[in-house]
Each structure stands twice: as structure tokens, then as C-alpha cells.
Design a protein around this ligand. Sequence first.
Ligand code: ATP
Length: 198
Amino acid sequence: MTNFTENIAIEGRNLSFSVGTRQGKTIPILKDCSLHIPSGQFWMLLGPNGCGKSTLLKILAGLLNPTDGTVHVKRPRSFVFQNPDHQVVMPTVEADVAFGLGKFNLTPDVVKYRVSKALDAVSMLNYMQIGVIRAVRNSVDSSREVTALWVTHRLEELEYADGAVYMEDGRVVMHGNATDIMNFITTRQSAYIKEINY
Ligand SMILES: Nc1ncnc2c1ncn2[C@@H]1O[C@H](COP(=O)(O)OP(=O)(O)OP(=O)(O)O)[C@@H](O)[C@H]1O
């Protein structure tokens, strides 16, 4: 990996993260992970349950400090939690924004009106009918300033990505363009599918 350059938006170098137990043991969660995401691209982070994706994302987002290694992230960042409350749970932007209104006794027209107002307020009205992943792809495509890193277990979502990072057991196993990652995972698919939990 070269020095941090202008065209890299997110970079982690030799990141490790460990937690200590009450018994004084150290549990390594991330082991010497390096990755770099070019500016203006949409990348994905994949790997079996418990391999360290969320921990790596939290370190890149500045929510956790690595035990070792360095992080460089260009510009302010935002972070959408996979949990709690399964923030992105619905297939479309409209349905996802409407999710919180489900507990109120509102007619479909009122829900639609409120969702439109909310999306309009953040200039996202034209995203209303499209899928969340497509909305992220569009937002990356519409501005060279936006870079996104999306955590998923779904191989089919790689078709939206420019590149991807594949992890296993706390390590970055492969880092590259989406097609190469898709081919790589497909060759390991039977083991991978067994471990993941949709
Ligand atoms: N604070 C912590 N203390 C102890 N173990 C932890 C802590 N944080 C994470 N772990 C463990 O580290 C491993 C990686 O967790 P992480 O949530 O990063 O994995 P993940 O790849 O995002 O998993 P999933 O796909 O299931 O969401 C898991 O075994 C998890 O139990």
C-alpha cells in the first residue's frame, strides 16, 4: 500500500483490535487488516458471521479505536447501523422511511404524505420508489464527493459495487474489484453459505 493519496477516501493500515476478558486474556478480533477505498466509489465488505465486518466498520467510522494500526478517512463521514432497530430493513427508500410510522394509526395516504415531506426535506424525493442499495449507488454516482462502504452477506448485491473486501476470521482475505471478489467467493461458496445467516 502506498502513502495516503487524494484519490483514496478511506484507508485502514495494519488494523488490529483486541478485547480483554475479566480473566486477563486478550481476544483478537481484527488481525492486521489493511484496505483502501478510492474516492467516489461504492465498495462492499463481505464475510461470514462474526468475521469482524462491523468492528472494522466502526473503526473506520471512528466509533472504536484500533489496538494497532492507522485510519485515514477523507471528509466527514456518516454511519448507518445494521443494528439496532434494523435501521435499513425495507426494500425501498419509501418503505424504510415509513417504517417508524407503523406504530401510529395513520391512513396510507397520510403515511405517503409524511414520507414525501421527509424525503423532500433532504432532497431525496426522487429516490422514493427505488431500492435502498440503488439509492446509495445513485448518490455515489451523482457526486464525486461521496464514497460508500456497505456491509452485506448478499453476493447478488455485488453487482452494484465497484469493489469489495472479503474477510474471514478477523483478516482481510481479499480486496479488489467486485467481479474478482464475486468469483473468489463463489469458489468458496459452499463453505461461506454454510456459515452465514441471512
Ligand atoms: N466488545 C467485544 N467483546 C468481545 N467480543 C467481541 C466484541 N465485539 C465483537 N466481538 C466478537 O468479535 C467477532 C467479530 O464481531 P463483528 O460484529 O465485528 O462481526 P461481523 O462480521 O460484523 O458479524 P455479523 O456478520 O454476524 O454481523 C465476533 O465473534 C464477536 O462476538
